[in-house]
Design a protein around this ligand. Structure first.
Ligand code: S3P
Length: 428
């Protein structure tokens, strides 16, 4: 399926209990299972391209994987195996960066690669601090681009102040620290998503967070296995939250979503814009989980310049809400958007302009003048979140999105769920 046509939507009132499972937690469940010597049990693992690649890498490193319905049992090997082939991370920055941290202390030689989009994303943000503590990492363009080679080495503990709030960098460094000679300290300019800290602590690791820095004590003994039901992904749910916020009279209940505070900031912004948003916490497993209720209201423009790391994945979808709001919305301090699955500042601005929406672009952000969205032919730039955001914009005016294969990387049932609220057609 390479194109998707979306017809303008009608009023809807639905409950969705099949938003794709959380991508960040799924990657971590697979990788962290290698830190134990007992089988981990993962329920509702995300069956999408990115996370299936990660599971396959875990298998190539020696783990045994058995599946029964929605339950996956990952039995770790006694010792990480040196794989015969290149480890394919597909489109996933999380996979390649976390594996760099994990493998840098394991005996053997490993080559990590990915698709053409991943191969153009910066890896020195992880490779440089890892090299400083003894890792042997190389890659194209002075060790910055995949393919990335890792030869396992003895690592020293570190005191590292990351210049960026990135959960991928943080998680890679924590994984390295758990296998270093001495304790380590990690700090970042703002808190990035904290799934790694929560899950590793749940497995018995000493990852101590005092709110300013994280102290990591190397684990001498293997960690306890994971037993986890992966909640639905708030960033995937957010496409349907925006769909509701821009459709007069619409209402939606998104079930069993991770309500981790570092992941629901975009819903808070949508609430600030005027949408009705209610969080109903129901349980806690490593992190809070519950339902999110969203209702349509007239939207007003907003300025977003704080907590960017907490809404980095949702800014493309939020931009569709900006386009439907009254007034000019502004995004600042979001330079990180330029190094995601596509340059998301350019992809959002370019496609919104095609839809007749006035924008201005600057190095670390953009403005969007709310107006009347018009139907257009959209280029996804191979980026799943751009494809899905503009599919949602189609509810207003109809839309034709090209190159939508990328949706398979994170949300394979997106189109099926979209069909539940509007008419769509697709083909090659
Ligand atoms: C992720 C962290 C974020 C996010 C990505 C998933 C993770 O990247 O954009 O989609 O699972 O750690 P950065 O932390 O590098 O910004």
């Amino acid at each position: 399926m390479s194109y998707l046509k979306v017809k303008p939507g009608k009023l809807f009132e639905v409950e969705i209990d099949s938003i794709a499972s959380d991508k960040s937690i799924s990657h971590r469940s697979a990788i962290f299972s290698l830190l134990s010597n007992k089988p981990s049990k993962v329920i509702n693992y995300l069956e999408a391209e990115d996370t299936l690649n990660t599971l396959s890498i875990v298998e190539q490193l020696g783990a045994t994987i058995t599946r029964k319905g929605s339950v996956i049992i990952i039995t770790p090997p006694k010792k990480i195996q040196e794989p015969a082939n290149v480890l394919d991370c597909g489109n996933s920055g999380t996979a390649i960066r976390l594996f760099m941290g994990f493998l840098s202390s394991r005996e053997g030689f490993f080559v990590l690669h990915g698709d053409k989009y991943l191969a153009s994303r910066p890896m020195r943000r992880v490779a440089d601090p890892l090299r400083k503590i003894g890792a042997h990492i190389d890659g194209r363009v002075k060790g910055n681009l995949a393919p990335i080679s890792v030869r396992g080495a003895k690592l020293e503990g570190f005191d590292y102040k990351s210049p960026i709030a990135s959960a991928q960098v943080k998680s890679a460094m924590i994984l390295a620290a758990l296998h270093a000679d001495t304790p380590s300290v990690y700090s970042e300019p703002h808190l990035s998503r904290d799934h790694s800290e929560r899950m590793l602590r749940g497995m018995g690791a000493e990852v101590i967070d005092d709110g300013k820095k994280i102290k990591i004590i190397p684990n001498i003994a293997p960690l306890e296995p994971l037993e986890i039901t992966v909640p639905a992904d708030p960033s995937s749910g957010f496409f349907f939250a925006v769909a509701t916020a821009i459709t007069p009279g619409a209402k939606i209940v998104l079930k069993n979503i991770s309500l981790n505070p570092t992941r629901v900031e975009a819903y808070e912004v949508l609430k600030k814009m005027g949408a009705e948003i209610e969080f109903i916490e129901k349980e806690s497993q490593y992190e809070p989980i519950g339902d999110i209720i969203v209702g349509h209201r007239e939207l007003k423009a907003v300025s977003v310049e704080k907590n960017i790391a907490w809404l980095i994945d949702e800014l493309p979808a939020l931009s569709i809400a900006f386009a439907c709001a009254k007034g000019k919305s502004t995004v600042k301090n979001a330079h990180e958007l330029r190094v995601k699955e596509s340059d998301r500042i350019a992809s959002v601005v370019n496609n919104l302009e095609k839809c007749g929406i006035k924008t201005t672009e600057f190095e670390d952000g953009y403005t969007v003048d709310g107006g009347e969205l018009q139907s257009a032919v959209i280029d996804s730039f191979g980026d799943h979140r751009i494809a899905m955001s503009f599919a949602i914009a189609g509810l207003k005016c109809g839309m034709h999105i090209e190159d939508i294969e990328c949706i398979q990387t994170s949300f394979p049932n997106f189109v099926t769920l979209l069909e539940g609220i509007t008419e769509v057609s697709y083909g090659d």
